[in-house]
Write a protein that binds this ligand. Sequence first.
Ligand code: PGA
Length: 264
Amino acid sequence: MRPIVIAANWKMNTTPADAGELARTIAGRTRVPGVTRVICPPFVCLAAVREALAGEDVAVGAQNVHHELAGAYTGEISAPMLDGLATWVIVGHSERRRDAGETDALIAAKLGRALAAGLRPILCVGELLEVRDRGAAAAEALVAGQLRGALEPNAGDALAGGTLVIAYEPVWAIGTGRNASGRDAAAMSEAIRGVLSGIAGLGSGQDTPILYGGSVTAANIGEFLTEPAIDGALVGGASLKPDEMAGIVGRAGVTAAARLATTA
Ligand code: PGA
């Protein structure tokens, strides 16, 4: 049975002074059995959030990691530096592909560092609107290329730990208020599982949690979580709002309980 995961991507929001309280508030309002919760604040807020979440069953994640271990990389953060601060990491977010020019090859290297450091990666993939407008097959081909580019260099033992999580985030749905349909996101999730199963060393894609991301709110999360192929969400804007997170994780708990009931 795949876990249900709700991951909060705070992006470039919050400060060390206020992040801990926000994390504590969200944690307190989302104590729902069966849902894996992750909060990914900015690097400088990791320590405050980790401290605030002591005793809570909420994981802390970073939003990025460098592809080298150490060296002359001004302003960068490496995987060993995250030791003790984060146990998860977002890799290949479309905003970094767009703003920092991250390529699939670079993302593959970052993923390798994350896995080697024991960090649980959320690998983000997703198509631009111009690709989606050419149809589902074009979008699936684009996403398949992103998956192969990031995963094939790491296939084999590196991925055998089974910690990988994929977030399907159509770029046109991120921060726009225009979410994908649950059905389209589910179809893409199935396509992603097919690609994962075909990558040597990765085993069955059936075991890999696939999240949807892109304008997820408490009002629309149900549309995604009624799809058996979707295992949770990577939430941006709404993840800064405790009311929204309470609604999203509460709905995720319904799906988690239903999955448990069908396997019992
Ligand atoms: P959004 O962001 O929920 O604000 O659309 C999602 C993401 O980029 O992870």
